[in-house]
Every structure is written in structure tokens, then in C-alpha cells.
Unconditional design. Structure first.
Length: 123
């Protein structure tokens, strides 16, 4: 996966340039990213919990929300993985989706960490 350097920070999952282009300014991007951190911090573990409970419908709902905002600031490879897992969560069993989500989850945590780093940098 390619990375993006912003200042002295290297981002593998967050595409700041895309985000600024989509939102119109860095300030607007920072505002949406603050909301994303709040949402994803709860949603990522909730997806795992839902899948462990066999509740693929709830997992799909949460994945669908992430899929909706990921193209604003995510890097292409991560967007593709989120879209693929969300799509399969519409038709596959919780066990199948959980196996795929276990591969995606560390990347979502990585994205969260990068967003938090970007927001704390105050660039």
C-alpha cells in the first residue's frame, strides 16, 4: 500500500489531500474527521461484537455507515476493502464476514490512529 507524507507524518490509510479536496478546506476536513473519530471509535468494536453474536445485520449497518464516509478521506486500497466487506455482509453469514472483518479491523484502527495524529498535529 502506498503512503502519503503530510509534514513529517506518513499516512497509510488517511488521504489528507483527497479530504481537503472533497471538503473544500483543511478546517472542514478536520471538523468531519473529529466526528469520524467519535463514530468509528464506537463502531469498530461494535462491528466485531455484532459478528461474534451472529448479528450480521447490525454489522452491515455499521459497515455501511463507514463505507459512506470512507471515500471522503480514505486511501483507495482501504476504501476497496471496506466496500468489499460491507457488500459481503449483505449476503454472507456472520462467520464469513467475521473472518474478513478480522483482516480489515486492524486497518480501521490504523486509520483511527492516523486521524487522531492528524487532528492533534494542528497543522
Amino acid at each position: 500500500m502506498n503512503s502519503q507524507v503530510v509534514g513529517t507524518q506518513v499516512f497509510m490509510y488517511l488521504d489528507v489531500e483527497r479530504g481537503v479536496g472533497m471538503m473544500g478546506s483543511e478546517a472542514a476536513l478536520r471538523k468531519i474527521l473529529a466526528a469520524v473519530v467519535a463514530s468509528m471509535s464506537a463502531d469498530v468494536p461494535s462491528i466485531d461484537a455484532a459478528l461474534q453474536a451472529g448479528d450480521v445485520v447490525s454489522a452491515n449497518r455499521l459497515l455501511h455507515a463507514i463505507k459512506g464516509y470512507m471515500p471522503i478521506f480514505g486511501r483507495d486500497a482501504l476504501i476497496e476493502r471496506v466496500v468489499a466487506v460491507e457488500k459481503l455482509s449483505k449476503t454472507e453469514s456472520a462467520a464469513v464476514v467475521q473472518a474478513l472483518y478480522r483482516q480489515l479491523e486492524p486497518e480501521l484502527h490504523g486509520l483511527l490512529a492516523e486521524i487522531q495524529l492528524f487532528l492533534s498535529s494542528g497543522q
